[in-house]
Write a protein that binds this ligand. Structure first.
Ligand code: FAD
Ligand code: NAI
Length: 466
């Protein structure tokens, strides 16, 4: 079989690249080793985690907030089996949607493990051992990532688990120990904390979500504490053992003191590694860097001229929408267009409640770069809309250039921050000043008014409702 473009991997990077290639007139194939399309994001990542976050949030609100709203419920109980089964239904609908999109765009789907025979031939080995060779002009590697672990941790996938197993537990943990207070740690930790688990986070650095603006981590820490989180920051895990029923972990702080925690489950969420296992990159001459990521230039072209790579398997943030943008970028580059990805403006979102969302530079980065900036913040407790919905935790912080007032970074923790960050992305893409936003009408009462108020605060310390 002969193709103009063969995409290896059907995650948000791969399937979006394949659709755009097909739209641009390329005869396109996609190779996927799993039985369903959609990759990590649709099967064991973004979509199932958000489904469980939504279900657990309903339960938490029913238990803790409904009474104040004047709604009395008795006999409130969780049904984890039903929650997981609803989540599976959401995943099924979503991955089925990708099958439909492949058909609609006349993309050939080859199920099986793909590997390079050489730079123009891909071998696809299906589960039943059948081998097919695809002849191809161009290749896009979109093989994604897998959970990272530590050499001394034996992931038994029953008690010592990754996010994949955590999305399919049969019982609510009594005590979930989470190694790594990054995005997965706080999202999956939130699911089970809301359902009643005690959640202990052991984090190597000095706070939660440490790569985001520090104010966000500090606020999130305060809020999650109320729902049953406890933290061991600046602790390095040294031992993780399972007895089959109980997990024991040991960690050292910076004074070399050791703590021991016992729980019934341990979630290892210390990042993800690029996945190129058995891809036989060397047969095509594709180079990887010292972190195992496929090396690419500014055109996302690998060390071999007809082979490109996108998404989690290359450098940069491991985010679905980053992978998607790169998929479009490569397809349009192959068609001779001049696309562009603005990496600074790829937003980051954490789907806890309150949600955390951010775009542009953090305050720490601006300080480190020596950029002169102003900062304006607005707390949700001063928002009428937030009081009405009882979502008063959190704030929006706007960082703008001291002389030009151009917005350089927006960091929010609060209700619907995941959706509200889009306004900040548009503003920054068009290089708006904080005052530009401050002078635009925002519907009342909405959470978005808080962004306007934070911009007013950044402009000249002239927030109205503060
Ligand atoms: P992947 O989605 O990993 O897809 C790669 C695909 O390639 C897989 O299907 C794999 O089976 C296939 N493959 C690999 N090797 C081969 C081979 N040799 N032959 C054939 N097929 C192969 N990101 C967000 O932006 N928002 C979120 O809310 C979010 N939530 C997440 C929650 C969790 C629990 C996790 C784990 C991740 C989450 N992410 C989120 C990250 C997101 O899932 C990834 O950034 C995204 O899936 C990367 O897309 P990709 O296309 O590069 O790779
Ligand atoms: P992460 O990089 O977000 O967090 C890992 C955390 O583990 C860091 O805070 C790090 O300091 C800590 N850590 C590393 N080694 C440690 C050790 N030995 N002991 C204790 N702590 C240690 O990675 P995470 O949470 O595993 O997520 C993986 C990827 O998936 C992320 O890059 C993220 O972008 C993506 N993702 C995105 C989501 C979203 O966009 N909402 C949701 C979930 C995942």
């Amino acid at each position: 079989m002969r193709y103009d473009v063969t995409v290896i991997g059907s995650g948000p990077g791969g399937y979006v690249a394949a659709i755009r290639c097909a739209q641009l007139g390329f005869k396109t194939a996609i190779v996927e080793r799993y039985s369903t399309l959609g990759g990590t994001c649709l099967n064991v990542g973004c979509i199932p985690s958000k489904a469980l976050l939504d279900s657990s949030e309903h339960f938490y609100n029913a238990k803790n907030h409904f009474k104040e709203h004047g709604i009395n419920l008795s006999n409130l109980k969780t049904d984890l089996k039903q929650m997981i089964s609803r989540k599976d239904g959401v995943v099924k609908q979503t991955v089925d949607g990708i099958n439909f999109l492949m058909k609609k765009n006349k993309i050939d789907v080859h199920h099986g493990h793909g590997s390079f025979i050489n730079k123009n031939q891909i071998k696809v080995k299906s589960d039943d051992g059948k081998e097919t060779t695809l002849e191809t002009d161009k290749v896009i590697i979109a093989t994604g990532s897998k959970p990272a672990t530590l050499p001394f941790i034996k992931l038994d996938k029953k008690r010592i688990i990754t996010s994949t197993e955590a999305l399919n537990l049969k019982e609510i943990p009594k005590h979930l120990i989470v190694i790594g207070g990054g995005v997965i740690g706080v999202e999956i930790g939130s699911v089970y904390a809301r359902l009643g688990a005690k959640v202990s986070v052991v984090e190597f650095l000095d706070g939660l979500i440490p790569t985001m603006d520090k104010t966000m981590g500090k606020e999130l820490q305060k809020v999650l504490k109320k729902s049953g989180f406890e933290y061991y920051f600046k602790h390095k895990v040294t031992e993780v053992k399972s007895s089959g029923k109980e997990v024991t972990i040991k960690a050292e702080n910076q004074k070399d003191e050791t703590i021991e925690l016992k729980g019934d489950y341990c979630l290892v969420s210390i990042g993800r590694r690029p996945y190129t296992d058995n891809l036989d990159l060397e047969n095509a001459g594709v180079k990887v860097d010292d972190k195992g990521r496929v090396e690419v230039n500014d055109q996302l072209q690998t060390s071999v001229d007809n082979i490109y790579a996108i998404g989690d398997v290359i450098k940069g943030a491991m985010l679905a929408h980053k992978a998607e943008e790169e998929g479009i970028f490569v397809a349009e580059t192959l068609a001779g267009q001049k696309p562009h990805v603005n990496y600074l403006l790829i937003p980051g979102v954490v789907y806890t409640w309150p949600e955390v969302a951010s775009v542009g530079y953090t305050e720490e980065q601006l300080k480190e770069n020596g950029t002169s900036y102003k900062s304006g913040s607005f707390p949700f407790k001063a928002s009428g809309r937030a009081r009405a919905s009882m979502d008063t935790d959190g704030l929006i912080k706007v960082l703008s250039h001291k002389e030009t007032d151009e917005i350089l970074g927006v960091h929010m923790i609060g209700p619907r921050a995941a959706d509200m960050i889009a306004e900040a992305v548009v503003a920054m893409e068009y290089r708006a000043s904080a005052e530009d936003i401050a002078r635009m009408s925002h519907a009342h009462p909405t959470f978005t008014e808080s962004f306007k108020e934070a911009c007013l605060a950044a402009t000249d310390n002239r927030a109205i409702h503060l």
